[in-house]
Every structure is written in C-alpha cells, then in structure tokens.
Design a protein around this ligand. Structure first.
Ligand code: NAD
Ligand code: LMR
Length: 327
C-alpha cells in the first residue's frame, strides 16, 4: 500500500538542537516506522553551506522513510504545504542571561514565520516553537496566522516535564517509566511550576514518597534552573535533550498520550484554571489524533494557585513587551 509522505519543516536547521533532531525524525522516531517523511530544512542565508553538509549526511544515512529533502532560506518555499513545524530557529541565551532577554531579538523572527505558515502550510498544520522565549514567540507566530486556529500553535515545556519526571524517579529510586501525571505549569522561565500533586510513582502518590521540604526547596528550584545549569556546564544550551523533548511533544500531539497519563504542553489559554486568554501557557494536556485537550478538572491548592498567577503575570508582561510584534 502506498503511504503518502508527511512533510515536516524545521527552522534553525543548521543549529545545534536541529542537528540532534533531524536524523531522529528522518529515522521515524516522530511519526513511526511506517510513515514516510519529507524534510524542509530552513535557516538564514549564511547557514546554507552548513545545511548542505547536513543534507549530504542525510543522503549518507540512506534512511528508508526519508523521501525528500528541501533546503531553503525562503519562508514561502520552506513552509509550503508542510504538515508539521519544529521552530528551533532563534538565538540561544548565554551564561548569566535570562530567556526573556532574548524577547526583542528573537520575537522578530516569529511574525514573518507565522505569516508564511498562515499562507502556505497545510490547513491542518501543527506547530511547535522551541526558540526562546518559547511561549511568547509562539504567541507572536499564532497572532500572524489568522486563518489557522491558535490551538495549532504550541511551545515547548516538555523538556521541563521530563526533567521533573527524571529527578523524581531518581529521588524515589524508581525507573522513570513509573512516574506518571507530572505537571509543568506556566512559562518556560524560572517561574515555571513543576507540580507533583497528581503525580504517581509506581502507583503511589508522589507526595507520600518525598518530603515536602525537598519538593519545595530542592526539586522546584532545580527544575526551574536546570537550563541555566546545563549552560554553565556545557558552555552551550541543552541540545540533545531539547531535541528529544521536541520529538516527544510532537509525537504525543499527533499519535496520542498514553491512556493513563497526560503530558505538559504550552498551548493557547482559553481561560481554563482562570488563566487569562490569549497567552501560550503550559497545562496538563491529553492528546488524540493531533488534537490536544487541557486537563481542566484538577483541584489546586493555594500554593499551586499562587504559582499559576505568577506565571500568568510574567506572560502578560512579556506580551505587553512585544505588543508591536503581535500585529
Ligand atoms: P543555535 O544557535 O545552535 O541554532 C539556532 C539556529 O537558528 C542557527 O542555525 C541560526 O542560523 C538559525 N536562525 C536564526 N534566525 C533564523 C531565522 N530567522 N530563520 C531560520 N533560522 C534562523 O541554537 P540552538 O542551541 O539550536 O537553540 C535554538 C533555540 O532553542 C534557542 O532560542 C534556545 O534558547 C532554544 N531552546 C529552547 C528549549 C526549550 O525547552 N523550549 C530548550 C533548548 C533550547
Ligand atoms: C533549556 O531549558 O535548557 C533551554 O530553554 C535553554 C536555556 O536557555 O535554558
């Protein structure tokens, strides 16, 4: 039976994260071992020679599922009829910077890209923004795509979600696969709120397995600052783990979350949990057939509610700071 290829655009394709993602996507780790793929690799003009080297390596891998590779610095070529978009293309922060310091410089990238996606991508396209500050960049892109639904745009907090699962598994001495129903609320920033209130470890509520002091004073700051610690250690921001999280985010969105679990995705806020609308905010989400649904019926304690408010305030301030980039 002939299966039509799915076309996947990757921006910042000559950058570090993309180099960790492209080969895994071409090997079938995003859409599975039966789905042929075509890759549209997008970067700025000076990066084209380097991207040519990536294209040569893709040929040299002879991936059975890879049917076509397009290299382009032209957004209308790069996004033409694409089904899925990974937006890595943006500057990373260096040591001592906050992600929000990148807002003005990186924010400018996402208006034209949102506009081009609006014009030429598949009407069912699903977009993931990784470039920082990811939540507000995704908001800018969504605002420039009035013919698409805002729910077709998302930003990545899945890396933080996996960081949290992994640390909890290590603290409790369990395999990470036993950690379910983690929640990462809010913004991909130091305010993010990793919440174990509904988390289960090998069937036991996580809160019964760890001390409240460890949760508040060690775990939460560790997850909030993990990106900065990786930058200090590597001299460069996370790349392989970011690529991994991007593939997991898109795979779950398209193919579905496991029956007894959810994931964390930064998606368009529709007012659930009292979060202001028109923000890209990280919520627990269940996915099926390329549609996500916010898990909207969880009770929050005062501590959790305060953390959500802090994240909302930060994202509202980011949105105000880029007002002129939103239209
Ligand atoms: P990098 O500098 O290695 O690569 C960035 C690439 O983007 C470069 O090839 C650059 O030429 C390209 N680029 C710049 N402007 C572009 C444009 N207008 N169109 C297309 N391409 C463009 O950076 P990296 O390490 O790959 O990181 C990329 C981004 O991802 C950074 O903003 C980083 O902070 C962010 N990041 C986010 C997360 C997350 O969890 N959300 C995790 C890790 C990194
Ligand atoms: C991360 O969380 O690793 C990325 O957002 C990179 C960074 O700037 O921290």
């Amino acid at each position: 039976m002939h299966v039509q290829s799915k076309r996947i655009a990757i921006t910042g394709a000559a950058g570090n994260i993309a180099y960790q993602a492209i080969f895994r996507i071409a090997a079938g780790e995003f859409l599975g071992s039966q789905q042929p793929v075509a890759l549209n690799l997008i970067d700025i003009h000076p990066a084209m020679p380097s991207l040519g080297g990536t294209a040569m390596e893709l040929e040299d891998c002879a991936f059975p599922l890879l049917r076509d590779v397009v290299l382009s610095d032209d957004l209308e070529v790069g996004f033409a009829e694409v089904d899925y978009v990974f937006m890595f293309g943006a500057r990373p922060r260096g040591k001592g910077m906050e992600r929000s310091d990148l807002l003005q410089e990186n924010g400018k990238i996402f208006g034209p890209q949102g506009q081009a996606i609006n014009q030429v991508a598949s009407r069912d396209v699903r977009v993931l923004v990784i470039g920082n500050p990811a939540n507000t960049n995704a908001l800018i892109a969504a605002h420039h795509a009035p013919d698409l639904e805002p729910s077709q745009f998302s930003a990545m907090t899945r890396l933080d979600h996996e960081r949290a699962r992994s640390q909890l598994a290590m603290q409790t001495g369990n395999p990470v696969a036993e950690v379910t129903r983690m929640i990462l609320w809010g913004n991909h920033s130091p305010q993010m709120h990793p919440d174990i209130s509904y988390c289960s470890v090998a069937g036991t509520p996580a809160r019964e397995l760890v001390e409240a002091d460890w949760y508040r004073d060690t775990f939460i700051p560790m997850i909030q600052q993990r990106g900065a610690r990786v930058i200090e250690a590597r001299g460069a921001s996370s790349a392989a783990s970011a690529a991994n999280a991007a593939i997991l985010h898109m795979r779950d969105w398209v193919l579905g979350t496991p029956a007894n679990d959810w994931t964390s995705m930064s998606v368009w806020s529709d007012g659930t949990y009292g979060v202001a609308e028109d923000l890209i905010f990280s919520f627990p989400c269940r996915c099926e057939n390329s549609a996500h649904q916010i898990v909207g019926d969880l009770e929050l304690d005062d501590f959790g509610r305060e953390r959500l408010k802090e994240n909302e305030a930060e994202l509202l301030a980011e949105r105000d700071a880029v007002r002129e980039l939103l239209s």
